[in-house]
Design a protein around this ligand. Sequence first.
Ligand code: ADP
Ligand code: MG
Length: 668
Amino acid sequence: ITLYRNNQNMKKQRLAGGSSSGDGSLNYTHLQDERRKLPIYTTRHRLLKALQPMSSAIVIGETGSGKTTQLPQYLYESGQHKKLMIACTQPRRVAAITVAQRVAEEMGDQLGHTVGYCVRFEDCTGKDTKIKYMTDGMLLREAIHDPLLKRYSTVILDECHERTIHTDVLFGVVKKAQAERKERGMILLKIIVMSATMDVDHFSNYFNKAPVLYIEGRQYTVKIMYTSEPQSDYVFSALAAVFQVHEESPPNEDILVFLTGQEEIESAVKSIKDIAKDLSQDSPPLIVCPMYAALPSNLQLRIFQHTPKGSRKVIVATNIAETSITIHGIKHVIDTGKVKAKVFNPFSGLDLLKVVNTSKAQAWQRSGRAGREAPGTCYRLYTESEYDQMRDNTLPEIQRCNLSSVILQLLALGIEDVLNFDFMDKPSKESLENAVNQLELLGAVIKDIKPKLTPEGRKMADFPLEPRLAKVILAAKDHSCLEEILTIVSALSVDSVYHTPASKKDDAVAVRNKFMASEGDHLTLLNIYRAYKGVNCNKQWCHDNFLNGRNLRTAVDVKKQLKEICTRQQLPVESCGQDTTAIRKCLCAGFFMNAAELQKEGQYVTVSSRKPVSIHPSSSIFQCKPAYVIYNELIQTSKCYMRDLSVVDADWLYDVAPSYFRRKLSKK
Ligand code: ADP
Ligand code: MG
């Protein structure tokens, strides 16, 4: 079976591009040369000419053809946008940052001048910034204060096939801004929707039949292999496949493995390294690199480095390597067919992180990564009939996640009829209602004929946080512990503050034991943060204590920003000292819906839907059996685990939401 290109039958303007017989030579000497070699380069003039009169357009091109890095530069160079900015949104903050870095380099400019980026809690733009890479969530936030997006001439919505919740909401927001600007006779807002693959018709129809422009990329034949039997342990199968390819193919043919998450990837990387030690002297050396969103950026850059002659690189990545970043030299792709996704049950109201099967579109994207520079092979660790059963396209996040953040933001944007918002794919009625109910319980909306934002809800929307965390901050006023709450919320808002190398797991746990709080993980985070500040944010100290210094530093910065918002809202930043009860009461105010109760037989069940759950082994209260706990999230692996917990009293829960608990807790 060979990889086919998605050649849908539709009105399309073909913009012939890079030669498909390209020799794939990689001796790029400098960046301008590299730019000129990208498939998009030859289409530059036609692309700009075609885009000029269009108010909306869809641009499709293979991963690596140069869409993200080049198109904003072309638009900028064309000079049509002198005063206003070009926004290019990315679903992932890493992508926004690395792409902006790359483009600044290509333009020979310092990051933050002409080219900048803006992600949550980090704004690297200046008064001269004209090309702004940003997360989709950030543009959405900006729209709250500027619904017409007046600072932008063009909004490029990139990686749209990912259909993140923010992208989906942005679709409606930019479409509305465009229409209103037109109505008022203001400068046109150009909307460009970009992706490597997508259901083009669906997108085109939504944007008033926007034309579709294709950039022909280089795509070589990729041989697809399926397993003959279903695999019970995909991580194990992936390791076996890595070493089979390693034995059978010449060096310098790099391997890209798709797994699902940080822990899984780190442990696979360790296994590969361990096994490689025992291989014969003749086999080529293996360079093994993990790749996931939370990986420190210096380690991320390793995957872009060329593999030394005679060795082989193995990159073990999440779906981040599907389309948002391009890696050279990949000849073999090992696709487990799995991805970690947020799924939401509108009846229980729970968001759950869970490993699920990919869609067919994702499977093709993954295999395509093997044919960027020469023909390659993709090993699918599932059978052909399992492939046939996959969904065609990834289910939009908006149809599987908790919508309370979205509804709160839409209300803050001034959209009155949120339940009938112009969604490209409307979420189910249950999940919309569930979100409104949750916001009502948090005191953010009142249900009239239509849901309306309360003054409290407006304050909550001001924080770049999910509504429950924003509520916790507002509640701190009543318990005089905002100082501590800001610390905890900041620590929860960054990637893990722990650093646990797979080979030193036991050491890490032992060393960090001194921070563990018997009241739970939130207080543990507080202890860590305080200790970190106590040593003046010392890097070596972080290293010695198996803590991630970079993320802790970010937490300090996040706290500063949250504090500014609190000051604007005139919330007094007071400290409760050692009174952990006050802190946990505040946490209840936001997370009472995430309470779990111990049963006689020693099992926990969630209060909301009586679902059996367990305390995550990494929790500081793993060995304890408190009667009531609250948690921040649930993850489903072999069991359903609660993560980030605090021990609470039933009374505190009653106090924050009496009517809710009267209904829920009476069954005891
Ligand atoms: P697309 O958006 O079409 O997938 P990009 O514009 O992201 O393509 O990438 C175009 C090319 O730019 C890639 O093939 C790669 O060679 C180069 N590139 C992009 N980002 C980086 C980076 N951080 N480091 C090195 N090369 C990069
Ligand atoms: Mg791209």
